[in-house]
Design a protein around this ligand. Structure first.
Ligand SMILES: Cc1ncc(COP(=O)(O)O)c(C=O)c1O
Length: 385
């Protein structure tokens, strides 16, 4: 006879977060009731348009930009693409030097690398220290009179490092360069507003803070150009034509309001949960190597590795024990690809072994205790083979 079902533990919030109940309710209501096309001239269209504009205001007011400077795109990757393609293609001829941190997400690095291959820009990588931080002095040394753009994320997707973005943006602006910031992993965990961060382009992805998938948010400082339209049409000021998905946008705005309201309480609770997990790992598995930093890391993310155990083996062993975790970031979870982030922080030896646990608003201390027990069992079992 089989015993009671084991509780499934979700420790992959950095990959995607469960939909918040209030966002789900808003999504369903808008799907069923706000079905007018936001471009239509009749009452159904006006209703949908008003809902769309309210959602836009929710994001633009909180991010400190005008409504016209807030764009809804298909996801965070698409928002990064639009931001980077635009800022890069609009750079003056004598400003084609671009700096990006070595640990940016592929949705930032790939468009920049492509532009560099096509000869549109000269791309230089900004190294990071052993915690994954871009030092202000490092940026200051690399800025040139020809630097047109600097791109540094706010929080890293694999190890959770928080970058000193406000300080870096001041330096970039001092050299007349634009600053792009991918804040996808920061949203819902850190305060975000363009004026305070001092950046020119900021990207969010609502499915990371309990909104639906299928939407990305791009905020720009007034006057910054965006790239070639993704699709023809007048919607989103011509940047992304096509009938807007009002329900998804409305639900994302509801999730954003909730995430902002609970930001400080959640950050405090996630900080405690991360500390508990680190303490238990050290007790139960003393040979653990930690790659996320307590000092510089975002609350709720722990990245670690274990000698001789590949990250994808551990992910599979944990999955068999009903625990969801990632090897590296979600995009590289299914293959034991070496993590470029671990290599960049000087942990290349561990780059195929990394394991990421990320937590969110429903994670409890009991979940963390149980995770530690199951991880211990997984490590012992893999080592005995
Ligand atoms: C730092 C970072 N940037 C961008 C993205 C891409 O976001 P999306 O999944 O919405 O395309 C992710 C997703 O994991 C991310 O972690």
């Amino acid at each position: 006879m089989s015993g009671p079902a084991r509780e499934r533990l979700y420790f992959d919030w950095a990959a995607t977060a469960p939909l918040r109940p209030e966002a789900k309710a808003a999504l369903l209501e808008a799907l069923c009731d706000d079905y007018g096309n936001a471009s239509s001239a009749h009452a159904f269209g006006r209703h949908a348009r008003a809902a769309l504009q309210r959602a836009r205001r929710t994001f633009s007011d909180s991010l400190g930009v005008a409504r016209d400077d807030l764009f809804f795109l298909g996801n965070g990757s698409e928002a990064n693409l639009v931001a980077l393609d635009g800022s890069v293609s609009d750079l003056p001829r004598d400003r084609r030097h671009v700096l990006a941190s070595a640990i940016e997400h592929p949705s930032v690095l790939e468009p920049l690398e492509r532009a560099a291959r096509n000869g549109a820009i000269e791309l230089e990588t900004l190294p990071v220290d052993r915690f994954g931080r871009v030092a202000a002095e490092e940026l200051a040394r690399r800025l040139r009179p020809t630097t047109g753009l600097v791109s540094v994320q706010l929080v890293n997707h694999e190890i959770g490092t928080v970058q000193p973005v406000a300080e870096l943006a001041v330096l970039a602006h001092g050299h007349g360069a634009l600053f792009h910031c991918d804040a996808t992993q920061a949203a819902g965990k850190l305060d975000l507003a363009l004026p305070e961060l001092g950046v020119d382009l900021l990207v969010l992805s609502p499915h990371k803070f309990g909104g639906p998938r299928g939407i990305g948010v791009l905020a720009r400082r007034a006057g910054v150009e965006l790239g070639t339209p993704l699709s023809p049409g007048r919607q989103e000021q011509g940047v992304r034509g096509g009938t807007e998905d009002v329900a998804t946008i409305v639900a994302a705005a509801v999730a954003w309001q909730s995430a902002r309201a609970e930001l400080h309480a959640l950050a405090a609770s996630l900080r405690e949960l991360s500390a508990l997990l680190v303490a238990r790992l050290r007790e139960l598995l003393p040979d653990v190597t930690l790659h996320s930093s307590t000092e510089y890391g975002v609350p709720g993310l722990v990245n670690c590795s274990f000698a001789e155990l590949r990250g994808d083996w551990l992910v599979a062993a944990l999955d068999a024990l009903e625990v969801a975790a990632s090897h590296g970031s979600a995009c590289s979870t299914r293959a034991a690809l070496p993590s470029p982030v671990l290599s960049a922080i000087g942990a290349a030896d561990h780059s195929t072994r990394s394991l990421r646990f990320s937590m969110g608003r429903t994670t409890t201390r009991a979940n963390v205790e149980e995770l530690a027990r199951r991880l211990h069992a997984a490590v012992v079992s893999l080592r005995s083979r």
